[in-house]
Design a protein around this ligand. Structure first.
Ligand SMILES: CC(C)(COP(=O)(O)OP(=O)(O)OC[C@H]1O[C@@H](n2cnc3c(N)ncnc32)[C@H](O)[C@@H]1OP(=O)(O)O)[C@@H](O)C(=O)NCCC(=O)NCCS
Length: 182
């Protein structure tokens, strides 16, 4: 396949049905019981930080990001990330993660966290969060709790139970302030 035929675009509501099918195919019904899903169901993902890969107008891969808080910290939770089987191992997943990270950075988010395989995400800049620092509303393998720090000290501020920002007390969360260039 020619990778030049793959277009990367911000997610829109028109993509929802195809994204649901991709996630069903990748993770099956068990996805609803995962700790990360429990956080995601607490509020909407941020479409401006969520992206699709399209080929001939058809969604072939998707990544979503959801604002979260934990302790005094805030971040976006990356995931689910899924690529249609016929398009795996072409670099599409890596590219979507890179686009998602850049969007989070540009929007002023201090960190991106996820639950995933360190061998895959490590080369993309993710590092393990120190054991016991962060909890999820469900069992999670601490070896798979990873983060990219976009602003110094941001990961250390993520302490205790991670919550969807939309479910957290208002005082605990505010959208990042991006300093306008003057
Ligand atoms: C994981 C996934 C998103 C990777 O997307 P992709 O577009 O196929 O991957 P890329 O082309 O960017 O990267 C391929 C490389 O990653 C490696 N890789 C894929 N999944 C991996 C994993 N779980 N752990 C370690 N390496 C992995 C491949 O072996 C390949 O290595 P190579 O470049 O040395 O050959 C895709 O396989 C998928 O949708 N899987 C099912 C859902 C899933 O597990 N999502 C991630 C949740 S943490």
């Amino acid at each position: 396949m020619n990778l030049a035929d793959v277009l990367y675009a911000p997610e829109s509501p028109a993509h929802d049905t195809e994204i649901d099918a991709i996630n069903e195919e990748a993770f099956g019904p068990g996805r609803y019981t995962r700790a990360a899903y429990r956080i995601r169901e607490g509020g909407p993902h941020d479409r401006t930080l969520s992206f699709v890969a399209l080929r001939d107008g058809v969604v072939i891969a998707s990544v979503r990001q959801t604002p979260v808080v934990a302790g005094k910290g805030r971040a976006v939770l990356l995931g689910p990330l899924a690529v249609r089987p016929a398009f795996k191992n072409l670099g599409i997943g890596r590219r979507l993660v890179a686009i998602a990270l850049e969007a989070a950075r540009a929007a002023g988010w201090p960190a991106v966290v996820l639950v995933g395989d360190e061998p895959y995400y490590g080369p993309l800049g993710f590092r393990r969060i120190p054991y016991g620092q962060l909890e999820m509303p469900g069992p999670v393998d601490q070896n798979r709790l990873l983060a990219v720090e976009l602003q110094p000290g941001a990961v250390a501020r993520l302490q205790g139970m991670m919550q969807n920002a939309a479910s957290a007390p208002r005082t605990a969360f505010s959208a990042p302030k991006v300093m306008a260039a003057s």
